[in-house]
Design a protein around this ligand. Sequence first.
Ligand code: AMP
Length: 435
Amino acid sequence: MIRRIKGTQDILPGEIKRWQDLETVMRNVSRLFNFTEIRTPIFESSELFHRSVGETTDIVKKETYDFEDRGKRMNTLRPEGTASVVRSVIENKLYVEENLPLKLYYYGPMFRYERPQKGRQRQFHQFGAEVIGSDSPLADAEIINFAATFLEALKIKNVQVRINSLGDAESKEKYQKALREYLEPNIKNLCEDCNRRYVENPLRVLDCKIDKDNEALINAPKPYDYLSDKAKVHFEQVIMALESLGLNYKIDKNLVRGLDYYTHTVFEIDSDLETLGAQSTLVGGGRYNNLYSSLEGPDLGAVGFAFGVERLLLALEGINHETETDNIHAYFIALGDIFQTDALKIINDLRHGGLVIDYDFFNKNLKGQFKQADRMNPKFYLIYGEEEAKAGVVNVKSLTTKEQVQVKVEELYQYLVNQLTGRSCSGGCSSCDGC
Ligand code: AMP
């Protein structure tokens, strides 16, 4: 038997409703904030991710799915969404003045070769959003508020917004230098990864999960202390906007985030729900002011977030989120030879009117068809045999009232709609006594 690849998941019919409900909330909240969807390919030139995510990040060093195509070009399955959005905005010149700021969201599968565990997969899904073409702190606040509002709409309440600033390029450079000098005498006592990061990108030493309680890291200088005056004002204004939105947040001076491209604001939202296990971060994001220009685009400030959808679903399990199962309006029980009557036409007409109808393909007997119907939780059985065909009627049995009535075929659709919507009949219908 061929099995699915480690770290991937089938989303089976029994689980799909949870996904679709979440996707509905995602689209509704995106609409409220006036963000439009963008869909980019799931694979790109490898160079795109090397240059944007960063050569020194774990993602590019150890986690990308790279393959050479038949034309000997190197391609990569996207490990995240921002790089592709940036590429697309530049390539399609979406950045013309009158479009700005662009407010885009994306949703879809991402691929990282990581060690699979609960909440960490090799194919996973992200919902992300980006405000492009604005340096305003209001854009940072809009993104954080959008992420928080989405969680609220999903009724995930036990959350903590953590926020920090890395400052502009100048602040970041000053800080990196100070941090390197500080770490030099201590680096031997830190883990192997920290030693590598120290050389390649010292900022990321602060992100270390292994040494996070090490004194040397706790006492290390923080990016906040090296912010330029301009960067400080930007951060203060983001905080002021969050305050006026009444949004609960905590400044976390150790927060740096894994990707190289961040400048100024970085943030994460965590949840303490037990169902998440060790992976408690639901969303991460921040501002990336230099990414467009580093990919040969115009100088566009941008800020965004990315939610891990599998983790959101784990969080929803933790709050016992009830998903209503999909019911059908009616199950059509055809007796006798379905090819000799107009049963298929009746079913089709009801569907074209917007009613959800199912029926049997296996030529089951009456008992078998009732059993099959009950699995779908219909509101009505529609029973139709040769006699009903001759008389031009259908027997309609309501599973709510248990009553059964005969309805003329031409009145069936309106009868069902009236019953389903609780409307009384408009008269002239011979199948009921005035509803
Ligand atoms: P990142 O792009 O690394 O900032 O991740 C953003 C969000 O995507 C994280 O907060 C997670 O919720 C989710 N995520 C990242 N990597 C994985 C993975 N391997 N499996 C499942 N979710 C992930």
